[in-house]
Write a protein that binds this ligand. Structure first.
Ligand code: FES
Ligand SMILES: [Fe+2]
Length: 372
């Protein structure tokens, strides 16, 4: 499905020698598709029916661990049961609807803060204080409302949050392309959500091309990476973009059998529609983008590493962590600028070149699904 590590190095070295990058089809996306509230509403309806990444497995490693996220406007939470299974529920008490999970934590049962209705980790309703006040209540039928989900290779994916959604989980439930990179990073050491002033698609786009490395990341990524030099692969609606580090050139002259991409490239997996996995030398970061309105999105970032790395560092941010944070700051500044510029009325469409083809792939997948 995707090239092996040796093949990736071969393609990267060939691009370095020739001064080239992978090219695909160009794309023009109408500006109205970022600003029109009706289009935004149509996207939200679609997104609620599609399978998507909810949270990484590392966010709830043990029984009773739970974490919440509002996915496409719908508050949800995931909890790991005593049986080890991760389940995803609508984040709402069956009494009067209060959110059961307000932040990440761990507990033996889920107790509503309002009147104390209590649910087991499998979602069933176990206790109602003063239950005699509800003569018609059938507790066996009033468990939390579950959303179809599957846990595969380090990710918990949901099958669409629209009631009755019959979305195909298969596209995200086969972790073959990213399993080897994500699975070892089983320890989450940071998670945070920030609302940003840009359309969710503008934020997704910022991860999908290496054309801006020199001008945007002059003092962060450019000294260690290349400008406009990527390998681009697609699988289904998803894609993988390879961002090589200059250290990859040290592999020249060594036997191919000893080649490894570890610490020599960043892989960016775009998992359609709104999740990205990025591999860095000492960590793996999952970024999930939630649309809020035409001009805002909420970005949740989960940072994970191999347990030995996290334990060895004692929680101290590494040099790589600082570089990534600084680089992301630069990206966010540019994306906020894009969003402001969209309102200027200068352009009818946003222009993506042949070297930005992963962005075209994303928009094509979204356009096709909206048309269905
Ligand atoms: S709303 Fe949850 S117990 Fe009343
Ligand atoms: Fe960037």
């Amino acid at each position: 499905m995707l090239a092996g590590d040796v093949e990736i190095v071969r393609r990267v070295l060939a691009h370095i020698d020739a001064g080239t990058t992978d090219e695909g089809e160009s794309w023009r996306e109408p500006v109205a598709n970022y600003l029109d509230p009706d289009r935004f509403a149509a996207e939200m309806r679609l997104l609620r029916s599609l399978p998507s990444v909810f949270v990484p497995s590392a966010a709830i490693p043990g029984s009773g661990d739970h974490v919440e996220r509002t996915a496409f406007g719908v508050p949800l939470f995931a909890v790991r049961g005593r049986d080890g299974r991760a389940r995803v529920f609508r984040n709402s008490c069956r009494h009067r609807g209060v959110a059961l999970v307000e932040s990440a934590g761990c507990s033996h049962a889920l107790v509503c803060r309002y009147h104390g209705w209590t649910y087991r980790l499998d979602g069933s309703l176990s206790h109602v204080p003063h239950q005699d006040g509800f003569p018609d209540l059938d507790t066996s039928g009033r468990g939390l409302v579950e959303v179809a989900s599957a846990e595969v290779d380090g990710l918990i994916v949901i099958g669409g949050v629209e009631p009755g959604a019959n979305a195909d989980l298969a596209a995200l439930a086969d972790g073959t392309p990213w399993r080897a990179k994500l699975a070892p990073a089983s320890r989450m050491f940071n998670a945070s959500t920030t609302v940003r002033p840009m359309n969710w698609k503008v934020l997704v786009e910022q991860f999908l091309e290496g054309y801006h490395i020199r001008s945007t990341h002059r003092e962060t990524f450019y000294p260690v990476q290349y400008d406009n030099l990527n390998v681009i692969e697609t699988f289904g609606p998803n894609s993988r973009i390879t961002y090589p580090y200059r250290s990859v050139e040290r592999l020249r002259g060594r036997p191919e059998s000893s080649w490894t991409v570890e610490r020599r490239v960043t892989f960016l997996y775009q998992l359609f529609p709104n999740a990205m996995i990025a591999t860095f030398p000492d960590r793996v970061v999952l970024v999930v983008v939630d649309p809020v309105d035409i001009d805002h999105c909420a970005v949740t970032t989960y940072s994970m590493a191999e347990p030995a790395v996290v334990d060895g560092r004692g929680g101290e941010p590494s040099k790589a962590g600082k570089l990534i944070a600084d680089g992301l700051l630069e990206d966010n500044e540019m994306s906020a600028g894009v969003q402001r510029g969209l309102h200027a009325g200068a352009n009818r469409f946003v222009e993506f070149g042949r070297h930005e083809s992963a962005i075209g792939h994303f928009h094509r997948a979204l356009t096709e699904r909206l048309a269905q």
